[in-house]
Design a protein around this ligand. Structure first.
Ligand code: LAC
Length: 230
């Protein structure tokens, strides 16, 4: 039996592999696919944080496009409007990480079944497209977007959105993220946090630590069922 009433998942970098765009990037810019994908992701995140600090919100669709434009320019790649559109479109068909579907299915089969949700910086349109593409609409109860509060994670107002929509106290909610900075933000907010550290990265030095560190989502259902979470 799970001590938590809900599990809320980050989307990009937790359930969906943002670097599944590498093949498309590589096809368009041979030899530069990995560099482009990495710089694109890093600029996308940086722009969310900078825009939040500046009080100049633009939605994640815009920030994703802006991060891509900058990354192309920084790497000296000639990106036409058509190329940019094609690459951005690839975000709607990102692949699930190998461990994601089995974990969600196992969580769905638990008794009592925890509510299952996504809480992401993505816009509702972006999230609905990638969720549907990967048929996660069958297992998820809610898909929640930071767009509803007009600021990005790790601002506490975004995590509060999940508590509000689920009508649960933060300590009844387990938050699952593959992004160390997001795990830190969720912990500061008051969730029970599961950091999916697939890359065996060092913990972010932000003065808080996740409650649990997993090497893959496969570990999550067992951890909850075995009473390893209190
Ligand atoms: C998300 C990104 C930032 O919120 O990982 O889904």
């Amino acid at each position: 039996m799970s001590p938590l009433d809900a599990l809320v998942f980050d989307a990009y970098g937790t359930l969906f592999d943002v670097h599944s765009v590498i093949s498309k990037c590589e096809q368009l810019f041979p030899g530069k696919g990995t560099a482009l994908s990495q710089l694109w992701r890093s600029k996308q995140l940086e722009y969310t944080w900078l825009r939040s600090l500046m009080g100049r919100y633009a939605d994640f669709d815009q920030v994703t496009a802006d991060g891509l434009s900058h990354a192309c320019r920084a790497l000296g790649l000639a990106c036409t409007a058509q190329t940019l559109a094609e690459l951005k479109q690839a975000y709607q068909t990102l692949h699930l990480f190998d461990d994601a579907l089995a974990a969600l299915r196992a969580l769905s089969a638990m008794h009592p079944r925890p509510r299952l949700a996504i809480l992401s910086n993505g816009t509702p349109e972006m999230l609905n497209a990638v969720v549907k593409h990967n048929q996660l609409d069958m297992v998820l109860d809610h898909v929640l977007s930071a767009d509803a509060v007009g600021i990005f994670k790790p601002d506490p107002r975004v995590y509060q959105l999940a508590a509000d929509r689920l009508r649960m106290a933060p300590d009844r909610i387990g938050f699952v993220s593959g992004n160390g900075w997001d795990a830190a933000g969720a912990k500061v907010f008051g969730f029970t946090v599961f950091w999916v550290n697939r890359a065996n990265a060092p913990v972010e030095e932000l003065g808080v630590a996740p409650d649990h560190t997993l090497s893959s989502l496969h570990e999550l259902p067992g951890l909850l069922a075995d009473g390893g979470v209190s």
